[in-house]
Design a protein around this ligand. Structure first.
Ligand code: GLN
Length: 190
């Protein structure tokens, strides 16, 4: 099994390290050529944390937005963490433009304000158990469509969800030593 990791910007190396610990091969996707070269061998795709506006711009500049969108709509399993979640959202509050827009969720960027921008907690993740969660200026999911399962809630806010082949978290599971969420995603890729 090989997982592609979008490597335009942000925390992609951390995901590579977690996959390596799980014995799963990964490949960095830095441009359209990388994606086209590996596409047919990919079992899944990770969209890391970082800055969604910058990643969205790079996806457009490199003509990757539509091919990635099509692959996801065709069922390629995808895991978006933090900025990666924002890339997948159908709508981004107070922003005209969405990016891949494949998932039926509305998100609010930097939703925790200045005081609580970054924090650590432990909370229940549906079907997995209590897991560590590191938030870094993360978004919250303010609305979910009918086909979306809510998987974790922190402070009455939705912080993880799944719709078919798409898994998203507002927090960064790749920044903790807990491998269970990546394992959960790997199971989606099988
Ligand atoms: N604040 C970033 C954004 O809005 C996301 C932060 C992150 O990925 N850690 O894109």
């Amino acid at each position: 099994m090989k997982i592609g990791i979008l490597a335009l910007q942000g925390a992609f190396v951390e995901h590579e390290k977690v996959l390596a610990k799980l014995g799963v091969e990964s490949v960095e996707l830095r441009n359209l050529e990388d994606f086209l070269q590996h596409q047919s061998n990919l079992s899944g795709l990770i969209l890391p944390g970082g800055e969604s506006t910058a990643m969205g711009k790079l996806l457009r500049d490199q003509n990757m937005l539509l091919p990635l969108r099509e692959a996801i709509l065709n069922g390629l399993p995808v895991f978006g963490t933090c900025a990666g979640l924002i890339l997948l959202a159908r709508q981004i509050t107070s922003q005209e433009e969405s990016h891949l827009a494949t998932m039926d969720i509305v998100v609010e960027r930097n939703a925790y304000g200045r005081q609580l921008g970054s924090f650590y907690t432990e909370a229940e993740f549906n079907g997995v158990g209590k897991i560590p969660m590191t938030f870094i200026r993360g978004p919250i999911i303010s609305e979910v469509g009918k086909g979306v399962d809510v998987l974790a809630v922190v402070n009455h806010q939705i912080v993880a969800a799944q719709e078919k082949n798409m898994l998203v978290t507002s927090f960064h599971p790749e920044l903790t030593n807990d491998l269970r969420l990546h394992q959960y995603f790997i199971n989606m890729c099988k």
